[in-house]
Design a protein around this ligand. Sequence first.
Ligand code: ZN
Length: 173
Amino acid sequence: MADDRRPSNDDILPQSSDQQLTTNDRSDELFMEAALRAAQRALEIGEVPVGAVVVCGAEVIAEGWNQNLSGNDPTAHAEVMALRAAGAIVGNHRLGDCDLFATIEPCAMCAGALIHARVRRLIYGSDDPKAGAVHSVMQVVNHPQLNHRMEIKGGVLAGRCAELLQSFFRQRR
Ligand code: ZN
């Protein structure tokens, strides 16, 4: 990485040895902010507020948000919408150089789509104890009998990702 504007370690606080935020953590949070903005778009049209972005070459190349209700489409989850848009932009059904950021742990359908796309990294916000297919309910991503391995990082801005969903369901009760 030839980025001479990268902050030195002195700029990264706190300096406690094992809880230090790396530049990678910081950029993950920035891209999760983009996924949260996509989730906001779902909220604005009355959909369950889940958002996702596809990042390639340190840039957001595609975004998606839940459109199941408005599209009468059971497959229109944020992650699938983002992957479809990214595939069209890259011009390939494989997205091996891309990372996907989602505000919640992907379900089994979306986890399957991530594997088909050969996504490099999956970064998500809060766990989904009802449908999560990374570890909460089942393990589809990095299943031992599937070939594709992706790097997984959960819990990025988890509180804000969960709060968006919780406030949505509170208002609907
Ligand atoms: Zn899904």
